[in-house]
Design a protein around this ligand. Structure first.
Ligand SMILES: N[C@@H](CCC(=O)N[C@@H](CS)C(=O)NCC(=O)O)C(=O)O
Length: 527
């Protein structure tokens, strides 16, 4: 945590949370944001600001003087549906315009309570419809923060429902996805949240959508049918009351085959991006967001369609990846990863020798070690499961399944990636080989079993209920370590580790894991 972030959290608590404590109502946001506007509305000289109309709705268009791209960012500001404007969100929108070289269209939608639901959403829809007359949807990203993140997802669900072309990607910064307020962090983070108080959360519905069904997906996208939505980035702070709104939404999208990426940032306040003048964490998050937008606006592919079996143009032009797959082996993980990524591949099957259990000699024609997995991608041959996974995630992941290199999780990700084969597998393999010696191997057992327990209890302690190795987000590190869990379970070593048993069951239930099993053939470690 930077010193600036530490100081900012104290300041917010003192200046804003205190006001919410006295007046726990979302309407308190209006004077707070209005007071901030003279500072936030300042634009650097390189930005051209225009007030335009799209579909009868006022929209602020910000363009960096050196525009390089045809794409567009369609931005929906936050402010609890009752406050804020394109001007209050300029610290983020002008940076996006400059860094991306793309115009940012920030919608000045109607606010509640004067204009309750669905007025604001209708405005966003009308403006987006008019924008796609000018810019192809495949070059547009829709995004927003807080209530604007909610409107981003609600708009995407409306587009889907009304058969209007979806944009290339979505992004949601600290979004509110569940007006029914069923996320547990609303209570568990009530103290830790630097801005809001719990009672204020219960004033959202009466101000924005009085008397409405709180599980209406256009109000609470968490209850919507999210299949087929474009790749989506979530950025949220781990101390936010709204943390669970992002976590559950991202998980729901992932389970439906959507390429949803969840980045949880430590200790940052709600929509910290707006404090980019001061916080290095805000500038880093904006850089990650820019990288995500660049990947999706420039790529012809649509990973959620690929996952549904329609290879993208990009994928069809790339030579088919071949996975040299040995039955009952570590290469099952590679099939699974490719299914998660929606990248087409071909399996070249090999059978273990019935007596020795070793790989057939033909595998040595592919790679001198004669082990599995090995993949070929065009002329390139890659061995070692960890290296293969890293290679595939970096080349085809478009930011999915690994934290950004600038994120605090990246080093933890690297450690877990190396841990599987570098540490955890060795004692498991020793147990297998030494077991063949019968009683003669007994003197080695305490050390071997001790090391197995050492590694498994370390992993077990690193996982929270319902979580993954990196916390809330499923990543390629879980795929790489799944073989450790499977090998340990098959040999009866996992009984005392409930978190690991639970994690393994959740991993094996993933649709992509099941698809890989169907393609890869019988796999003794799946039981
Ligand atoms: N550390 C390597 C291990 C590769 C490995 O030992 N693969 C086993 C399959 S699980 C294999 O090919 N065994 C057959 C043999 O050694 O003949 C990796 O992670 O890729």
């Amino acid at each position: 945590m930077s010193l600036q972030l530490y100081a900012m959290n104290l300041l917010l608590r003192y200046q804003i949370k205190r006001r919410f404590k006295k007046a726990p109502d979302v309407m308190t946001l209006r004077p707070v944001m209005e007071a901030q506007e003279p500072i936030s509305a300042k634009l650097p000289a390189e930005i051209v600001q225009q007030q335009i109309e799209l579909g009868g709705v006022t929209v602020e268009k910000l363009t960096a003087k050196a525009v390089a791209s045809e794409g567009a960012v369609f931005y929906i500001h936050g402010g609890g549906w009752v406050a804020g404007s394109p001007r209050t969100h300029r610290p983020l929108t002008w940076r996006l315009a400059t860094k991306l070289g793309m115009p940012v269209y920030a919608v000045d939608y109607r606010l509640a309570p004067e204009h309750p639901f669905p007025a604001g959403l209708d405005d966003c829809l009308a403006a987006y419809r008019a924008l796609i007359e000018k810019v192809p949807p495949s070059s547009i990203v829709i995004g927003g923060d807080s209530a604007g993140g909610n409107l981003t997802l609600a708009l995407a669900l409306r587009l889907k429902a009304e058969n209007i072309p979806l944009p290339a990607a979505l992004f949601c910064l600290s979004p509110a996805t569940d007006l029914a307020a069923t996320g547990s962090t609303i209570h568990t983070n009530a103290k830790a949240d630097a801005l809001f108080v719990e009672e204020m959360m219960h004033t959202l519905e009466p101000r924005y959508a009085p008397g409405a069904d709180l599980r209406n997906p256009f109000l609470s996208p968490l209850y919507g049918d999210v299949a087929g939505l474009p790749p989506t980035l979530f950025q949220v702070g781990d101390t936010e009351m709204l943390l669970d709104d992002s976590v559950r939404m991202a998980q729901k999208m992932q389970a439906a085959g959507v390429a949803a990426k969840l980045d949880v940032w430590p200790k940052v306040p709600h929509v910290w991006h707006l404090m980019a003048d001061i916080l290095p964490e805000a500038r880093r998050a904006i850089d990650d967001l820019v990288a995500f937008i660049r990947v999706h606006v420039h790529s012809a592919g649509h990973p959620s369609l690929e996952a549904a079996g329609t290879p993208s143009i990009a994928a069809r032009q790339t030579p088919m990846i071949k996975v040299h797959h040995l039955n009952n082996s570590r290469s099952q993980r590679i099939l699974w990863l490719l299914e998660e990524l929606g990248v087409p591949y071909e399996i070249v099957p090999y059978q273990r020798d019935a007596v020795t259990n070793l790989a057939p000699p033909e595998l040595k024609d592919i790679h001198p070690l004669g082990k599995s997995p090995v993949i070929s991608d065009g002329d390139l041959v890659v061995a070692e499961s960890g290296a293969i996974i890293e290679y595939l995630v970096r080349k085809y992941g478009q930011g999915r399944l690994m934290p950004a290199e600038s994120s605090p999780d990246f080093v933890r990700y690297l450690q877990w990636m190396h841990f599987a084969e570098g540490s955890a597998m060795l004692p498991l393999l020793l147990a297998l080989y030494v077991g063949r010696l019968g009683d003669a191997g007994a003197p080695l057992h305490p050390r071997i079993f001790g090391e197995i327990a050492n590694h498994l209890s370390y992993m077990n302690g690193a996982i929270e209920k319902g979580g993954y190795l990196l916390g809330h987000e499923f990543s390629a590190a879980d795929i790489q370590n799944s073989f450790v869990l499977e090998a340990a379970k098959l040999r009866g070593f996992l009984k005392d580790y409930p978190n690991l048993l639970d994690l393994l069951a959740r991993l094996q239930a993933r649709p992509a894991y099941r698809r890989a099993l169907e393609r890869g053939g019988p796999y003794a470690f799946a039981s």
